[in-house]
Design a protein around this ligand. Structure first.
Ligand SMILES: C[S@@+](CC[C@H](N)C(=O)[O-])C[C@H]1O[C@@H](n2cnc3c(N)ncnc32)[C@H](O)[C@@H]1O
Length: 215
């Protein structure tokens, strides 16, 4: 577990949803919602790192059920306050420690891929695929480095020996946090997922990438 990442998102919880109000990103959010609502219709979804539940809410409109999980209790409290159907349940858990008897037919992770150390990705994906029935669908969405945008490549302040990149972010209370934020290429995503997945599709939105497929 990356404790700096956990404490950063705990501290950011109350201001997090402002990220979904950025005018230039509204079209991408609408397109992503359409895609996810098509993909997850009627599915029993395992959601990792659900945060304040923006995507939980969108997917809950069509899914049969969602188990939405996050390491931080205070973000889940915000997610619970949304208008959600009873088919959504929550669990506070580190996704690297997650254990469940349930078998899902869908997996979703919003803006978490970028926060997984490169050296942990294969283990993470193997672990997640163990919770899925054969033929399950999955999707990840995350940020592209857009010139002049929030995730401009120039926002990277550190790179470690494995090639993981980090941003130094300032919260509204003035505290600074060094946050792991990787920007995978399409090729990297497809190659990494090809070990566990088929029908891999990369969707290139203006501000985000989406990768989805079957396990
Ligand atoms: C960028 S936010 C994404 C939240 C939400 N998925 C969304 O798209 O709005 C990243 C989330 O990952 C959670 N997180 C970080 N490390 C985690 C871990 N090891 N296990 C589970 N959740 C984690 C944080 O608490 C935070 O809510």
């Amino acid at each position: 577990m990356n404790e700096e990442l956990q404490s950063y998102y705990r501290a950011r919880a109350k201001e997090y949803d402002k990220v979904y109000l950025i005018p230039e990103e509204q079209q991408d959010l609408a397109d992503a919602t359409t895609l996810f609502q098509r993909l997850f219709s009627g599915k029993n979804v395992l959601e990792v790192a659900c945060g304040t539940g923006y995507w939980t809410e969108q997917i809950s409109r069509v899914a049969a059920s969602i188990l939405a999980t996050d390491i931080n209790e205070n973000v889940i409290e915000i997610a619970r306050s949304r208008d959600l159907p009873e088919t959504v349940s929550f669990e506070v858990v580190d996704m690297f420690q997650l254990e469940t008897e349930n078998r899902f037919d869908a997996l979703f992770g919003g803006f978490i891929w970028s926060h997984i150390l490169l050296q942990d990705l294969n283990g993470f994906l193997q672990k997640m695929s163990g919770f899925l029935q054969p033929g399950s669908v999955f999707a990840f969405i995350d940020s592209k480095p857009v010139v002049g945008g929030y995730h401009d490549k120039r926002s990277i302040t550190q790179t470690d020996a494995h090639g993981n990149t980090y941003q130094t972010r300032t919260l509204e209370d003035g505290t600074q946090h060094v946050v792991l934020k990787n920007f995978p290429t399409r090729e990297f995503l497809v190659t990494t997922l090809s070990g566990i997945a088929s029908n891999i599709q990369y969707v290139d939105l203006k501000h985000y990438w989406i990768v989805c497929g079957k396990v």
